[in-house]
Design a protein around this ligand. Structure first.
Ligand SMILES: [Zn+2]
Length: 130
């Protein structure tokens, strides 16, 4: 690996702690929202869009790395901005995936068919014992 690319990667590594913290925050936020009723299909559309934006950021970061290899040193701000955006997208993707999986696992009331929380003893809508 050439020195310019190595220097870029060292710089990128310096931002890794933030990403780990942000991912943990996203996971916690996903847990808090588990009880909300949201349409899984809508969330899947959001997830599809986010994945597209994320992939575009990955492409740009790859371009930065290749440009660096060719000797065009990128501006620090440009790289940091791309990384910050990628972190943000990654957190939102993790959050959405968590919400979708929570919704898919959610129980349905045998009495009225409304969704219920996993820990619920009675249906919030009709009172049927679960
Ligand atoms: Zn019910």
């Amino acid at each position: 690996m050439d020195d310019k690319v190595k220097a870029l990667l060292d710089r990128v590594k310096g931002t890794a702690n933030y990403a780990a913290d942000a991912a943990a925050d996203g996971a916690r936020a996903a847990g808090k929202r588990a009880g909300q009723m949201v349409d899984v299909a809508k969330l899947n559309v959001q997830l599809f869009d986010l994945n597209g934006e994320y992939n575009d950021l990955m492409r740009q970061l790859g371009q930065v790395m290749y440009d660096t290899h060719k000797g065009e040193v990128p501006e620090n701000d440009a790289v940091n901005q791309l990384l910050a955006q990628a972190d943000e997208k990654a957190v939102r993707i993790a959050e959405l995936k968590g919400r979708i999986s929570d919704l898919k696992q959610a129980l349905t009331c045998p009495g009225c068919g409304e969704p219920c929380g996993k820990g619920d003893k009675f249906c919030r809508h009709c009172g049927t014992q679960l």
